[in-house]
Design a protein around this ligand. Sequence first.
Ligand SMILES: Nc1ncnc2c1ncn2[C@@H]1O[C@H](COP(=O)(O)OP(=O)(O)O)[C@@H](O)[C@H]1O
Ligand SMILES: O=c1ccn([C@@H]2O[C@H](COP(=O)(O)O)[C@@H](O)[C@H]2O)c(=O)[nH]1
Length: 362
Amino acid sequence: MAALNATGTGQKIHNFNGFETRTPFLIGVAGGTASGKSTVCRKIMEKLGQDSIDHRQRQVVCVSQDSFYKELTDEEKILANKGLFNFDHPDAFDNDLIYKTLKEILNEKVVNVPVYDFRKNSRKKDEVMTIYPADVVLLEGILVFYFPKIRDLFHMKLFVDTDPDTRLSRREWLNAENKRLFRRIIFLLTKRILNRSDMPSIHTQLRKTELFWAGLVVRMPEKHLPKCIFLGELRTGAYSHGGQKKSYKDTLKVVLKDCNIDPNTWETLAQNCPAQRSAVTKGVARYDQHRILTAQNKHATKKYADVIIPRGADNEVAIDLIVQTIRDLLQSHSRFQIQGISHDRRIARSRHYSDSQVTRPH
Ligand SMILES: Nc1ncnc2c1ncn2[C@@H]1O[C@H](COP(=O)(O)OP(=O)(O)O)[C@@H](O)[C@H]1O
Ligand SMILES: O=c1ccn([C@@H]2O[C@H](COP(=O)(O)O)[C@@H](O)[C@H]2O)c(=O)[nH]1
């Protein structure tokens, strides 16, 4: 539990589970998609009465790892539109920015984090979320414990553990208009089925089909329509009518690289059907192996948690325990306390305030 030491300078130092730290106290909240991470964080904020406080005055703030999704390149956007981009891979996030932001938060700086637009798979232009210095900062996300450098910054690590079928059932079936939710439904569903039947992932199968088809096109006689359309474009890097630049060439290049096949020698390789088949089979197997290892590593981040919350937001007992721990941390500061007790800190922190924020933390 948290203990507090007063230093000679009057500065307060927490001693929590062997860590010595000044505020802010950083809490990581990991768990699978739709496990209830945001809901757990929202409940914590509500129970601490923080949701009703102006965001510049809050002692507890919550940030989502989703804000740090990387900007996709044009090629990646094409893959994403085809459902071929893996948003659950650790590299899908701007991990350098996550680290830099957490370090700034730990140094009590005002930080601006990007606002991610799931519909466009990109950051919103001219919009940021300003995080003001707080005593406790929660960062929730599917992969917040993946990279040791980031993981080691947390003073406390929570894992929201909700079984995959419940997560799947939570998807909003009626909201099929919403592309993001729809993609997640398909993703979770196929993942469950493929895992159960021990088949390669949908990402792997799509790559295999795409490469076999691309090889077939290379071997077609020159005048065949698919060859004119696809490889004409592939050779010259032409614009497709009304479409995006070099779409076929670029997506094929990404898929080839994923499968460790050199895009520069691909056409020569594809002329030799058995050689191409063997290279694709090997490349796809390698890709699937890499994908499985990444998924295992990702899943294994649960082992780094200090507290595992089974049933997510339904687990009131676990949430109350966490809330009480945060309350203890906050109340151990003589200058400011939560819920109804005076906030000298508002004055003490007024130098940090700025009017630059556009949106507010949830
Ligand atoms: N305990 C729960 N019971 C019912 N629905 C829940 C529960 N926890 C979360 N949900 C719902 O499931 C969906 C995903 O929850 P969310 O907290 O956004 O998950 P995550 O942040 O892990 O993706 C949301 O629509 C949310 O309202
Ligand atoms: O552009 C995107 C970015 C991410 N996703 C998916 O969203 C979830 C994020 O996890 P949560 O736990 O729900 O916050 C993840 O499964 C990504 O695959 C997306 O669909 N589109």
